[in-house]
Design a protein around this ligand. Structure first.
Ligand SMILES: Nc1ncnc2c1ncn2[C@@H]1O[C@H](COP(=O)(O)OP(=O)(O)OP(=O)(O)O)[C@@H](O)[C@H]1O
Ligand SMILES: [Mg+2]
Length: 512
């Protein structure tokens, strides 16, 4: 690696949104063939800086050089791609019905006469996958792939389009630990081929596994630029990110379990989960662990009434719950933060206050008499306790950073003061400082006698604050852990039982 050869130099980039100085003379220098971690708290300006690079936002000031050439003016998505800069998106950017090969070759399909040359396309795609160490069948449809494979296909597409710099903005927020390993293998391969990667994440352990160099933003300014990872440790990195020391990673869960708040008996839904029975007590944080796709979210969606189970019974505070009716569940004191923040109704065009307070108003008639001032006060309470970074309560939610949007949704459920709170991936996309605050809020809720059910794929979080853990695999409960048994190894062991084959993997015989 040529130590002084920068593929990208962003110099003193400034970008202001109404009321927010998102970037204040930020610089970023990326070398050829390095994995450059771009870090910082929620709202620090990471995504905005990448959007400036992708020419999605024009900067107010500053210069961008890519491969020693100055970039200026608004550039089309196509031009940016042709120049060799690619950003990996997690959502299905492609048509779900398309095959993988179609997607990789979108807009530039090889032809044989007037027909698309599918054979060549499939062969080339397969070669490409092999070159990055990926075993998937190009003939699969995009819609059949899990998030991680969609990402892999996006990476393959970037590589085949000749990308020299690939941006990954929180690529592991929705994939399993094994899939992270697979992603890291691909990233290492890309690095060997002298590609540069800008890697954004809130997961501390990943940084030390994959990054060569680190740049940290805080409140729109660079507080550390291009520091070799070898010069940093966990604590110093956290210090740079949050500007203070964090000595304790998890708050202590001192809540004492009381009476049974909810009882689930023999709940089944074909193709999703089978014969699930458990109870959760007041004062308990019940962790629900397992691999992605194990059926955890499906189970809890049915418990909360978003879907209707085929059979089984749910009892809330000793009384039977009418199933398949989330409004009834809410009336009975339940609340659920679902994992999918876009799908579950963050009203992007509405203000923070409206997003936090309005949905409760529809439930509680007396709240019709709430004044605007009182609503703002309620919202402000959540903004403060969840450390939501915003220019004001009236800001439209779509203008918040990813992590802050997640906090608004959590705030919405918290202000209802539920008796039974179900949270699915509560700290996804949340920075390391704010994670602690959210864990503390969950512990405090338990301590005040509420029942908390937490689905999480972040093992340290499950181990860190759960009073008891259920492990789910293949739609069944495969293990229950209490006290000292709550350990990462034990969870892994139970989670691997009954595991279904992940979608997207090809069996050897299909490759021939
Ligand atoms: N289109 C926009 N209009 C107004 N403000 C915006 C817009 N986009 C971003 N911001 C603001 O700019 C700041 C930086 O946001 P950005 O999305 O870059 O943060 P981030 O570092 O990516 O955070 P996260 O880790 O939560 O994703 C935030 O205060 C955000 O609210
Ligand atoms: Mg972001």
């Amino acid at each position: 690696m040529d130590k002084n050869k920068y593929i990208l130099e962003m110099k003193e980039i400034t970008k202001e949104f109404p009321g927010v100085l998102a970037l204040d003379k930020v610089s970023l220098k990326v070398r050829e063939g390095e994995v450059h971690a771009l870090l910082g708290e929620n709202g620090a300006g990471k995504s905005t800086l990448m959007k400036v690079l992708m020419s999605i936002y024009p900067p107010d000031a500053g210069e961008v050089y890519f491969m020693n050439e100055k970039r200026s003016g608004h550039l089309s998505v196509k031009k940016v791609l042709e120049d060799g800069i690619s950003m990996i998106h997690q959502e299905l950017a492609a048509v779900p019905e398309m095959t993988i090969a179609d997607n990789v070759y979108m807009n530039r399909m090889p032809h044989k006469g007037v027909f698309v040359d599918e054979k060549t396309m499939n062969e080339e795609t397969l070669k490409l996958f092999c070159s990055i160490g990926l075993e998937i069948d190009p003939k699969w449809k995009m819609k059949e792939l899990t998030t991680s494979y969609v990402q892999m296909v996006e990476i393959a597409r970037a590589v085949s389009a000749g990308a020299k710099l690939i941006i990954m903005d929180e690529p592991t927020s929705a994939i399993t630990e094994q899939e992270v390993d697979m992603l890291f293998q691909v990233i290492r391969k890309l690095r060997e081929e002298k590609k540069s990667i800008i890697y954004i994440t809130h997961k501390m352990d990943e940084i030390f596994q994959i990054a060569d160099t680190v740049t940290v933003l805080r409140d729109g300014q660079s507080v550390a630029s291009s520091i070799p990872i070898g010069e940093l440790d966990y604590q110093s990195l956290i210090g740079l990110m949050v500007g203070r020391e964090i000595t304790q990673m998890f708050p202590e869960n001192t809540a004492v379990p009381g009476e049974v708040a909810m009882k689930v008996e023999h709940l089944s839904k074909a193709g999703e989960f089978q014969d699930i029975s458990f109870e959760v007590r007041r004062g308990e944080i019940l962790g629900i662990a397992g691999m992605m796709g194990a059926g955890r979210s499906e189970l809890m969606s049915a418990v909360f009434g978003i879907t209707k189970p085929d059979s089984g019974e749910i009892t809330v505070h000793g009384e039977k719950l009418r199933q398949g009716d989330p409004r009834e569940s809410i009336r009975r004191g339940m609340a659920m933060l679902t994992e999918d923040r876009k799908g579950t109704g963050l009203f992007l065009g509405m203000s923070i206050t409206d997003n936090i307070v309005m949905p409760s108003l529809r439930q509680v008639k007396k709240a019709l008499f709430l004044s605007r001032k009182r609503m703002d006060e309620i919202a402000d309470g959540q903004v403060k306790s969840l450390l939501i970074k915003t220019a004001g309560l009236g800001v439209q939610s779509k203008n918040l950073s990813g992590g802050n949007q997640q906090k608004v949704l959590l705030g919405r459920w918290l202000c209802r003061q539920p008796e039974i709170l179900i949270v699915d991936e509560p700290t996804r996309g949340i920075d390391v400082g704010a994670k602690y605050e959210i864990h503390k809020i969950l512990c405090d809720l338990a301590k005040s006698g509420k029942a908390v059910i937490m689905i999480s794929s972040e093992m340290p979080e499950v181990v860190g604050i759960s009073s008891r853990v259920l492990v789910i695999s293949g739609g069944r409960i495969t293990g229950e852990l209490t006290g000292d048994e709550i350990k990462q190894e034990n969870i892994m062991e139970y989670a691997a039982k009954l595991e279904k084959e992940p979608k997207g993997m090809v069996k050897d015989e299909e490759l021939i």
